[in-house]
Design a binder for this molecule. Structure first.
Ligand SMILES: [Zn+2]
Length: 577
């Protein structure tokens, strides 16, 4: 390919509204352009990189014994109604109708479609196990798409599903896919840390995320400084504090109430109440009201300086999804306005769950379920009863590690590139995907789910590999492996000769023969991140040598023109190993 013919409109400046370095560099280098919020088009360089990432993913899936299929983007509503997710999927589905009025959605994920395909095709234990995957465009109507390819509304994903007859079979399939993921991220130049994660919209267990540590990542990771514990902050566990007895909290609290009502005009936030009453936030308990899908109400309590973890609350309550109660619902259920909710005197129909930290607290402050009033000297036992103590708060840096109970958790930023989990029999049961076992008994198929954000890998690689001059692509996914910079028109034949020799050896080479100044050619080569430069210029004319530069290390070497192709091939082979 000649640079004069290549469509790669580069920009000197980052476009406005782009925060992440990957977004800036991919736009500046002429890889992608934004068409609408969260919607991108790929220019030739961009699609070149995307296809290479896709190929690495495909090779590793095939190597792990998975079979490729291609399901449709357009999915009939019936499929989603059957699984119960037509209305509840978050973010909401992109829905549309055909000309006869039948409803469809653009697939945000494909569990339903895969389960149906397998239901119609697998009947016996002899058909199992199998693992199927596809590399397919997905659509998610994100409220605030941002970060370029990291969180788009249309994106490319690899999703794989394993189908087994038993949970032991699922364990083996899961292990194989886990290893395949680890290998392919390494090959793409984004070695990932594996962390515990929340199950999310699909349900499931043994959920692990493959995270690339990067300052621009939108996920928060918590890592133990003493052991291997690593978790997404959305699900990292917390321990009850020393001395907290979550079975009989009254041990630390008085047995008779000494609760007192105090006026707190206009003080709704923790900060306002604390400064008015001159207490620390650690001495206050927040009470938050949620409504379950069955219209029942759950009240959750956490210490004033803590944040409630809604995923933990859903699992402790056994209800999903839980929605925050509206102001009107709070008034109706508690008798008081928003900002003054407390545990004392709540109706019996409200289930009260408390973070296990509260079991160790005594004489604390709570809302009084009436406007402009709080209670002080409140205690579990004499003042109210808790249905259940559990881990409900968001874990934070500095917490004691829940695993080794010695180390402390440290915070890092990460980009989620992959996600594996066990679905068990949930989807097979919902979709009626059954098989007949060796004893002739019908049983649901045991499923696992394995996802990778393919377009997201492109952005993640840039986040991990760049410098002030631009992108530094790892050899295996670079749009070209080498650029031949022709800096003197009199050497055109030599440059073309080198390019042809490289092409004969299977090297992907770009010839920059544009009538631009050398500085422009170097700048563009650095910006678009081509791993090797072969320079045909002054030294070629004088001494018959080619300078070969390595983008990642800055290494330079002079090689006789006749040996240049050989040398480039050797470097590529070493880099790709
Ligand atoms: Zn630890």
């Amino acid at each position: 390919m000649r640079a004069s013919e290549l469509f790669f409109p580069t920009l000197r400046e980052a476009p406005t509204g782009t925060e992440l370095i990957s977004h800036q560099l991919l736009v500046r280098g002429g890889f992608i352009r934004q068409l609408a919020a969260g919607v991108f088009i790929y220019l030739p360089l961009g699609i070149g990189v995307l296809r290479k990432v896709e190929n690495v993913v495909r090779e590793e899936m095939n190597r792990a014994g998975a079979q490729e299929v291609h399901l449709s983007v357009l999915q009939p509503a019936e499929l989603w109604i059957a699984s119960g997710r037509w209305e509840t999927f978050r973010p909401p589905l992109f829905k549309l109708r055909d000309q006869r009025g039948r409803s469809f959605c653009l697939g945000p994920t494909h569990e339903e479609a895969f389960a149906q395909m397998v239901r119609d095709g697998v009947t016996s234990y002899r058909d199992l196990p199998m693992t199927i995957y596809q590399i397919q465009v997905k659509f998610r109507d994100e409220e605030r798409p941002r970060g370029g390819l990291l969180r788009g509304r249309e994106f490319l994903m690899k999703d794989a599903y394993s189908f087994d007859a038993s949970s032991e079979g699922l364990d083996a399939s899961y292990e194989r896919m886990y290893e395949a993921h680890t290998r392919l991220f390494e090959r793409c130049g984004v070695p990932c840390r594996v962390v515990e994660a929340a199950a999310g919209a699909m349900g499931g267990y043994e959920t692990r995320e493959f995270m690339l540590e990067a300052p621009g990542g939108e996920d928060t990771l918590l890592l133990c400084d003493a052991c291997e514990y690593a978790a997404n902050a959305e699900c990292a566990k917390t321990l009850p504090p020393d001395g907290a007895d979550v079975t009989s909290p009254a041990a630390v609290a008085p047995t008779r109430t000494r609760r007192e009502r105090v006026d707190t005009p206009d003080a709704k936030t923790v900060q306002e109440v604390c400064s008015l009453l001159e207490v620390a936030p650690q001495q206050l308990v927040k009470t938050l009201l949620y409504r379950g899908p069955d219209e029942s109400f759950v009240a959750a309590m956490v210490r004033g300086d803590r944040e409630l973890n809604e995923v933990k609350l859903e699992s402790a309550a056994g209800l999903s999804p839980l929605e925050m109660a509206s102001e009107a619902e709070i008034e109706q259920v508690t008798g008081g306005p928003l900002g003054f909710t407390g545990p004392v005197g709540l109706p019996d129909t409200v289930r009260l769950l408390a973070d296990h930290e509260i079991a160790a607290m005594a004489d604390f402050v709570t809302g009084a379920n009436e406007a402009d009033a709080h209670f002080v000297e409140v205690n579990v036992g004499p003042d109210f009863d808790v249905a259940r103590f559990d881990d409900l708060r968001v874990a934070v840096a500095g917490d004691i590690c829940p695993e080794c109970r010695e180390g402390h958790l440290e915070e890092r930023r990460g980009i989620e590139l992959g996600h594996v989990f066990k679905l068990g029999t949930k989807y097979a049961e919902d979709m009626g995907a059954l098989f007949t076992d060796e004893d002739g008994v019908q049983r649901p198929i045991v499923m696992g789910c394995y996802g990778i954000g393919v377009s997201r890998i492109v952005a993640a690689v840039v986040e991990a590999h760049h410098d002030d001059d631009g992108i530094i692509w790892p050899m295996v996914i670079a749009p070209f492996q080498v650029v031949v910079l022709l800096l003197d028109d009199e050497l055109t034949q030599e440059a073309i000769g080198l390019v042809e020799e490289l092409q004969r050896r299977g090297v992907e080479v770009l010839l920059d023969e544009r009538s631009e100044r050398p500085g422009v050619k170097f700048k563009d080569a650095d910006l678009i991140g081509i791993p090797l430069k072969a320079i045909i210029g002054r030294r070629t004319k004088a001494d018959g040598v080619v300078e070969i530069q390595t983008r990642a290390t800055g290494a330079k070497e002079m090689v006789p023109l006749a040996e240049a192709a050989e040398r480039v091939c050797n470097i590529i082979a070493a880099e790709s190993a």
